[in-house]
Design a binder for this molecule. Structure first.
Ligand code: SAM
Ligand code: SF4
Length: 459
């Protein structure tokens, strides 16, 4: 068990599930609690406050939360016997969707807060210490939480060489299967000045690569100092002018929001990495329509074509769902065909999981679990072959690698290629934070290994 911080400081333990946006949110919750004396600790036993930052996107999300809460209750009770109080908070999308249910089933929880209200955490902590019952705040407030967060300098989690920056939240698209519009609310974009200021501070703190985050990041439309509304392409252009910022990425994009300006930005901005996560979900027009995705398979292929024309070396990644209600063998085959037609460098794939309150959950023609299993296996096998082929094709090439830290073996450095591949080489620590050419020698299961081009030149 690690010790609680000394000097009257309090321990904070945050458990995070789900996407990078939740990782970003967890770090910001730690920031807003810092002025109250909270500092991160590694285990719940040492924590005066434990936050579960939850994800509701798939599977038995709520059940996972309740079983973790069961474990935390034991810790809370044990600490109480020693006269130490533990504030237990449930945050994120499960809290938003099932806040009342959480308090009914786990009355020992002190605070329930949604993803839009964590800037109000200090106030909630104060109320929780006064109130007899729990505090619940799952509003969608009019004010933007970003305007109430401490700036990067005041952060205990400064980020690193590769940093994440949330610029957009929420979604208005209401895909049949997805809870995001209900848990994260309507689309909202941060103001340009606030994004640029945070990016500059990240770079000052050592960031060389920034990944812009949003549920629909390319739907970004932020108010700019010139009185206009900027899209993602214009924002990326302004970011690429920040000295010291070598690489820009963004995720997750929706095909419908991939406009001409953004496609052109991939051609024109060297800092914009040639790797794009562009979920398609299915290759069947019938299922895409049932999913309410707003585009056909043909339109997706056309988009890929335009992207490759603009930036021939662009690598693509995607999300796929198998077994959406109504998906037949022919629909599934159409998805497999789309995968063969595109050739993905990487992808995430999931079995459809009914989410309470979404249209697809109540739809007829749910697909049987064994059918979903078989389709997922076949799809993942094809995607794996494509990923291996993509990685194999880099062997023998020189790739610019951003080194992010030491590797596992002594003398080894680890970094990433423009295509988000993990790369290992032997090299000096002085290269950490630098972009250097590496000749790729070998593909390993989930990474590449190579040699420094400069070193070879001097050898
Ligand atoms: N906004 C992004 C888009 O439209 O592509 C996706 C964001 S969502 C948080 C991440 C991924 O989770 C989706 O692309 C989808 O593949 C998957 N997902 C969402 N709901 C799901 C569900 N009910 N069952 C299985 N997978 C789901
Ligand atoms: Fe969910 Fe993405 Fe569809 Fe929005 S666009 S509803 S976040 S899958």
């Amino acid at each position: 068990m690690d010790a609680a911080p000394e000097d009257g400081r309090k321990g904070l333990h945050v458990i995070t599930w789900g996407c990078q946006m939740n990782v970003y949110d967890s770090a910001r919750m730690a920031d807003v609690l810092r002025p109250l004396g909270y500092r991160p600790v590694d285990t719940p036993d040492a924590a005066d406050m434990v936050i579960l930052n939850t994800c509701h996107i798939r599977d038995r999300a709520a059940e996972k939360v309740f079983s973790e809460l069961g474990r935390l209750r034991v810790v809370k009770d044990a600490r109480a016997i020693e006269g130490r109080r533990t504030v237990l908070a449930v945050a994120g999308c499960v809290a938003q969707a099932e806040g009342k249910e959480i308090l009914a089933r786990a009355p020992f929880v002190d605070i329930v807060l949604g993803p839009q209200t964590y800037h109000r955490l200090p106030e909630m902590v104060a109320r929780a210490s006064r109130a007899a019952g729990a505090v619940i705040d799952t509003d969608f407030p009019a004010e933007q939480k970003f305007d109430f967060l401490p700036d990067t300098q005041a952060r205990q989690t400064p980020g690193g060489i590769t940093s994440f920056l949330t610029i957009q939240e929420g979604c208005d698209k209401f895909c049949s299967f997805c809870v995001v519009p209900y848990t994260r609310g309507a689309e909202a974009s941060r103001a340009v000045a606030s994004v640029l200021a945070e990016a500059r501070r990240m770079v000052d703190a050592g960031a060389r690569e920034i990944t812009l985050l949003g549920q629909n990041v390319n739907a970004y439309h932020g108010a700019a100092p010139d009185g206009r509304v900027w899209g993602l392409a214009r924002l990326a252009e302004a970011l690429s002018a920040i000295p010291g910022l070598a690489r820009i990425r963004y995720t997750t994009s929706h095909p419908r929001d991939m406009d001409e300006a953004l496609i052109a930005a991939h051609r024109d901005l060297p800092a914009l990495m040639p790797f794009l996560h562009l979920p398609v979900q299915s290759g069947s027009d019938r299922i895409l329509d049932a999913m309410n995705r707003g585009h056909t398979a043909g339109q997706y292929l056309e988009l890929v074509h335009r992207l490759r024309e603009a930036r021939p070396d662009i690598a693509l990644s995607s999300d796929f769902i198998v077994g959406h209600p109504g998906e037949t063998d022919a629909d599934f085959e159409a998805t497999m065909q789309l995968i063969r037609d595109v050739g993905f460098a990487q992808a995430f794939s999931f079995k459809y999981s009914p989410r309470p309150g979404t249209p697809a959950a109540g739809a007829a023609l749910q697909v049987a679990e064994p059918v979903k299993d078989a389709r997922l296996q076949a799809l993942q096998a094809l995607l794996r072959t494509q990923q291996d082929a993509f990685n194999d094709a880099t062997v023998g090439r020189a790739l610019p690698v951003l080194f992010t830290g030491r590797g596992r073996k002594p003398g080894q450095l680890s970094g990433r290629s423009p295509y988000l591949q993990a790369v290992h080489v032997d090299g000096p620590d002085t290269l950490i934070g630098q972009v250097t050419d590496v000749e790729i020698a070998e593909r390993l299961t989930n990474s590449l290994s190579g040699t420094l081009v400069q070193e070879r030149a001097f050898a």
